[in-house]
Write a protein that binds this ligand. Structure first.
Ligand SMILES: CC(C)(COP(=O)(O)OP(=O)(O)OC[C@H]1O[C@@H](n2cnc3c(N)ncnc32)[C@H](O)[C@@H]1OP(=O)(O)O)[C@@H](O)C(=O)NCCC(=O)NCCS
Length: 230
């Protein structure tokens, strides 16, 4: 499902404030520290809590391997000014239906600044631009209004609630299913291209988010992280 472009570890997505890049072994401590927080893990299907130290390197290896094979696209979220500093992750996964499924998390110090929305929108723009997809899906626990809001701000609509197995949480939990059809995404993109925009927030201490750029062509960059065996 995922094209050649995303299968090379030079692949980057660039948004207004973020770089989304392949994870690498140098991210291990940040993943342990940030994904290791209960507030992050408990809203996800697969992040264990407590996060065993020995689990992080196999996770990064598996993420890179799956990226190479085109099984999924798992990316580190980093500030553009500090691309070695992982602050969260965003991912897309194949499903048998042909409609990919996205997931994301952000470390708690970085919540509430619009970063998750910016990363999710960057990812969905790229997926729809690079792949002939009819739609993208996501779900959230029903007790997770922040995640619901990220999806709503990105154009997803709710398709109802269901019980989902969350393996790392150890059972079935009420979740809400969301879907973004290509036609809705295309309409939202054409509206933003028409020039309509919120007025900038004078209180904001950082530049406001704007529509993310589409996938960047691969650029050869000097990697500063540890080499990865993948
Ligand atoms: C969900 C998560 C990624 C959101 O990250 P974030 O960077 O804070 O998200 P954003 O700032 O882009 O947007 C959050 C939105 O939710 C809103 N929000 C936050 N907490 C909320 C709450 N308790 N009730 C209602 N809305 C809430 C924010 O106000 C914001 O909406 P706004 O821009 O309209 O004001 C982050 O909370 C997280 O990592 N949680 C744990 C892991 C997780 O839930 N992953 C998703 C699994 S489906």
């Amino acid at each position: 499902m995922f094209p050649e472009l995303t299968r090379d570890d030079v692949f980057r997505l660039e948004t207004r404030r973020l770089w989304l890049r392949w994870p690498r072994m140098g991210d291990a401590n940040a993943i342990l520290r940030l994904a290791g927080e209960k507030a992050v893990a408990e809203m996800t299907a697969s992040i264990p809590h407590p996060y065993p130290t020995q689990a992080v390197e196999p996770f990064i290896f598996g993420a890179r391997k799956g990226n190479t094979l085109g099984e999924h696209l798992v990316l580190a979220i980093t500030p553009r000014s500090k691309p070695n500093e992982l602050i969260g992750m965003v991912s897309a996964h194949k499903q048998a239906t042909g409609v990919p499924f996205i997931g994301y998390w952000l470390g708690t110090p970085h919540w509430g600044k619009g970063y998750a929305t910016e990363a999710v929108q960057g990812l969905i723009d790229s997926l729809f631009s690079l792949i002939d997809l009819p739609a993208i899906e996501a779900d959230t626990r029903v007790i997770n209004p922040a995640s619901r809001r990220v999806l709503e701000k990105s154009g997803f609509r709710s398709e109802g609630s269901f019980l989902k197995s969350l393996p790392a949480r150890g059972g079935l939990f009420p979740c809400e299913q969301f879907r973004l059809d290509r036609s809705t995404w295309a309409a939202l993109k054409s509206w933003s291209a028409s020039g309509w925009a919120h007025a900038p927030d004078p209180e904001a201490d950082e530049e406001p988010a704007r529509a993310p750029t589409l996938a960047m062509p691969p650029r050869r960059q000097q990697e500063q992280g540890e080499p990865c065996p993948a």
